[in-house]
Design a protein around this ligand. Sequence first.
Ligand SMILES: [Zn+2]
Length: 238
Amino acid sequence: MKKHILLVLAVILVILVRQVDFFKFKDHTNGPKVFDKTTHSLSDPASLWIIVNKKRPLNPPNYEPNDLTMPKVPLRREPSSVEMKVRASAAKAMEELFDSAKHDGLSLALASGYRSYDMQKTTYDTEVIGYGKKFADTESARPGYSEHQTGWAADVGPENGECVVLDCFANTPEGKWLAIHAWQHGFVIRYRQSTKAIVGYKYEPWHIRYVGKELANEIHKTNLTLEQFFDLPAAPNY
Ligand SMILES: [Zn+2]
């Protein structure tokens, strides 16, 4: 009889221990970290996660970042050009990105980083005069609507000048490398293939946007555009 009682007690003990384990497993502090989509503002022009598109202009329209920095990387223009600058943390990340490419035997150069409201106005107006408003809107952002004005975006190309800001960049070794590795350094290819109806621009394999490593990792995992990831309306036009 005593043996039976001991056996029952042992079974109860095993069940109790297992339940403790079960609750430990369920403990949220040990579970996978949930990505917090509210960490940074999507509307503040100075925010790391500002989303600018044809439906989301910068506010104020003439916003200027206060920490523009020239990255220590090969430049496609004179260092005196403000276009060779980006926000400080993006500059540091770009140096890491370009170093990593160099490690793999490829040389990237910065073609265009920050563009002010006035610079964008000149570019856009020139396109309108040359090709008409409809065409200009497919190629170039209206002033106050450009991601370049945030200081978080950059057009990059091979240092040898081949296919800089051209569709053929996608087929260069540098373009292929960038598509695979940009996210590892906190950048996303902002205008990807077949996303024009959402992001508003055709595929631009050269245009990268710094969002930080955490968000870039999520975008890489989910394969979504920034608009989709944050449940924002599609922005095919103004
Ligand atoms: Zn660009």
